[in-house]
Design a binder for this molecule. Structure first.
Ligand SMILES: [Zn+2]
Ligand SMILES: [Zn+2]
Length: 370
């Protein structure tokens, strides 16, 4: 079968012939891949910033944002059948029996760091015609979401961030009363940093949770991302025309910041403008080799007197995939003509290397497998 692989030695990305996998254990499922999204992680792997092939393989099959169709199931699989659409998880638990996180199916919090990840770390990914996977890592998606379910995995990043924020804010019981249980963001403002797929999907999630949502991103409006932000009822603010001081005047109180922009200096400066009891969530991380010349005392000055929390979050656990699929359904109903616009272009497998090695404009690029 055909697959798209990166060769770490040469940084080459090419279509390879790879043995078609077969079901070997009763709990396994064979999948035919439909589409796989491309993101910054894939591009970092191709540039050899990180990622590693499985042991004894010269290459790593790429792809972790997948949508697939079940073609066959092992004897022990009861919740899936051929024809079902599924979204697979990315991270797989480590083998260390003392890792309580992995033992509890929270491998996104793995304590040993010896987890594996499909298409990233020591396991082949989903840019292949067929894959065999354990049923417990597969999440059924309704057929109505066929055109957008490839966005599930990037949405899980926002789902986990929101879940972490809501768990932290249980410290404020007056805000998590029955009145706000369906819209926990009511009366609060959220600022999303960045208008890439993870930022825009996060903005959609914050809007449906009742947050007064702002997206702060580089490009001046009008542009296609700003149009999406406005259409979902959020406010787009360009950092080119609105410096951070003016942003804080416009938003008034920044209760939650969801960082998804890979621009640490700006993000860190915004920490200084966080509201009382506010939360700042990093999802993209910072580059340790790039000094920012930031006044760390000023950055952390308000943390204690204003009860603020700064957290980092990576990857997503099983429950987060379930809620992401559910919320994509909500987005689809609420914004049927907007949600599909997050997918800029679909590319055949033969053209995948162009999308992986360059960064084309637009929002989400997807490789069509079948
Ligand atoms: Zn990704
Ligand atoms: Zn672990």
């Amino acid at each position: 079968m055909k697959a798209i692989a990166v060769f770490p030695g040469t940084k080459e990305v090419q279509v390879v012939e790879h043995p078609e996998p077969q079901i070997e254990r009763p709990e396994q499922v064979k999948l035919r891949l439909l589409e796989v999204g491309v993101c910054g992680t894939d591009r970092h792997i191709c540039a050899q910033a990180f990622g590693s092939p499985p042991a004894h393989s010269d290459y790593l099959i790429l792809g972790h944002e997948a949508l697939a169709e079940v073609v066959a199931v092992g004897d022990a699989v009861t919740h899936l059948q051929p024809g079902d659409l599924v979204v697979p998880e990315v991270r797989r638990p480590c083998a260390d029996p003392s890792c309580r996180a992995c033992q509890a199916e929270h491998q996104d919090f793995c304590q040993t760091g010896t987890y594996t990840e499909r298409g990233i770390k020591e396991l082949h990914g989903y840019m292949a015609e067929y894959v065999v996977d354990d049923a417990r890592f597969l999440h059924p998606a309704p057929k109505e979401l066929r055109q957008v379910a490839v966005l599930t995995e990037p949405l899980t990043i926002a789902e986990k961030a929101l879940d972490q924020a809501l768990q932290i804010q249980r410290r404020l019981p007056w805000q998590t009363s029955a009145a706000t249980s369906t819209e926990p963001g009511r009366g609060l403002s959220a600022v999303v940093l960045g208008a890439g797929p993870i930022g825009l999907l996060g903005a959609m999630l914050f809007v449906i949770q009742g947050f007064d949502t702002y997206v702060y991103s580089r490009a001046q409006a009008p542009n296609e991302k700003a149009d999406i932000v406005t259409a979902i009822g959020a406010t787009y603010i360009s950092s080119e025309t609105t410096p951070i001081e003016e942003l804080t005047q416009q938003v008034k109180q920044i209760d939650l910041v969801y960082e998804a922009m890979d621009a640490a200096p700006m993000a860190i400066e915004i920490i200084q403008h966080l509201n009382r009891n506010g939360i700042f969530i990093f999802t993209s991380g910072t580059n340790p080799r790039q000094p920012y010349g930031i006044d760390s005392a000023a950055t952390l000055h308000n943390l204690t007197p204003l009860n603020q929390v700064i957290i980092g979050t990576v990857n997503a656990g099983p429950a987060t995939f379930t809620s992401a699929i559910e919320h994509l359904g909500v987005f689809q109903q609420r914004w049927p003509s907007i949600l599909p616009n997050l997918i800029t272009e679909r590319h055949p497998m033969q053209r995948a290397s162009e999308v992986l090695l360059k960064k084309p404009g637009g929002i989400k690029h997807v490789v069509t497998i079948a």
